[in-house]
Design a protein. Structure first.
Lengths: 174, 192
């Protein structure tokens, strides 16, 4: 590990914010490099002094002022849970709900007509099938009882008509 | 004695027990005011910001997710209030330096007091040289003792971004310390 890389990590190393493996590598380098060690000590010292100063400069509320601030905050508005707000409220939830609503509406207004068409097609199929069955049964039911056969002679124009019953037996009608 | 945790106290406040609100925030009152104070450099402004954030905390308490860190949540609110305040202040064209920034603690020894004041003003200038983000990260991590992960949650940014800003802030402070000749050089050399 070179000095440039180590010096880039020194500010984080000074505050123990470096990962264990990196810290170990830096520590190994510092043991061998007095220049980087000096730099590291400077970081440690500046950080310590800064923390020390921040600690000595700590301010606090006056008790009466604090009480007043809390009372003022608590008196502003009751944090009653809105019936419209889900618990716990999250922006993501609102977006998710909107998404679901959009999908539902799309299904109702766009996809539904296809279903209706599909339904219609199905209905028509059933209708057609039913019709066919009806026609078939009609055919079955309307089997002719009598079949007429006509023969016309081309030379004389004479017509000979035969009448047969359903068993194809000749009936004498004419 | 059984101590109520933050989630219990939040529940009690939501049920209408206002005294629990004080109990909930009392452990953090010093931390919150100091964070606002370090960001603005004016104690009166810091109190104003904290008042604003207390109102927001109470108003939006029902949004707090149980099981999460209450401390991080209130720091996030206070940090946002501080940014809002500073933005408004900048908009209003209030560029007048705060009358007395970082008033130093009173020491009975006048000589020590003078030294403290001198060192304090130099250290204060170190903080002033940081960008708002660097200052915020530095205050949260090195001033208030939040971890890098907690800081990233408060500021809604990645841990990598926090580490980058923290590194820059510490580097700037270290350079400022050297420039201001705050005596650390001698100490370092004497140690070596």
């Amino acid at each position: 590990m070179n000095c440039k890389k180590v010096q880039r990590w020194l500010p984080l190393m000074a505050g123990s914010d470096l990962s264990a493996s990196k810290a170990q590598a830096v520590q190994a380098h510092l043991a061998e490099c007095p220049e980087c060690q000096r730099e590291y000590d400077a970081f440690i010292l500046s950080l310590e002094k800064m923390k020390e100063w921040l600690e000595t400069e700590r301010k606090d509320w006056d008790e009466t002022e604090w009480q007043q601030a809390v009372q003022k905050a608590a008196g502003e508005k009751t944090p009653a849970l809105s019936p419209l707000a889900p618990w716990p409220f999250k922006k993501g939830w609102a977006y998710a709900m909107m998404g679901v609503l959009v999908v539902a509406l799309t299904m109702i207004f766009v996809i539904r007509p296809f279903h209706v068409e599909e339904g219609t097609a199905l209905d028509s199929e059933i209708f057609a099938r039913t019709q066919a069955q009806l026609i078939g049964s009609a055919f079955e039911e309307s089997k002719q009882e009598v079949v007429r056969m006509t023969m016309v002679l081309p030379e004389t124009g004479q017509k000979i008509i035969w009448f047969f019953d359903k068993n194809f037996e000749l009936e004498d009608k004419e | 004695m059984w101590m109520k945790n933050d989630d219990d106290l939040v529940g009690e406040v939501l049920k209408g027990d206002q005294s629990s609100f004080d109990l909930l925030l009392r452990p953090h009152r010093q931390g919150l005011i100091n964070m606002a104070y370090r960001m603005t450099g004016n104690f009166e402004e810091a109190k104003e910001i904290c008042q604003e954030s207390l109102i927001k905390i109470y108003k939006y308490l029902y949004r707090f997710e149980k099981g999460r860190s209450f401390k991080s949540w209130i720091y996030k609110i206070t940090m946002n209030s501080t940014y809002d305040f500073l933005r408004k202040k900048k908009k209003a064209g209030d560029i007048i330096e705060s009358q007395k920034r970082y008033t130093l603690s009173v020491s009975p020894n006048p000589e020590k007091q003078f030294l403290n004041k001198e060192i304090g003003s130099k250290i204060e200038s170190c903080l002033r040289n940081l960008s708002p983000k660097e200052k915020t990260v530095f205050i949260l991590r090195d001033g208030d003792g939040f971890s890098v992960e907690e800081t990233s949650r408060i500021l809604k940014c990645s841990s990598l971004s926090v580490r980058t800003h923290l590194s820059r802030a510490r580097k700037k402070i270290r350079i400022q310390f050297e420039k201001a000749n705050l005596g650390f050089k001698k100490e370092v050399k004497s140690e070596l």
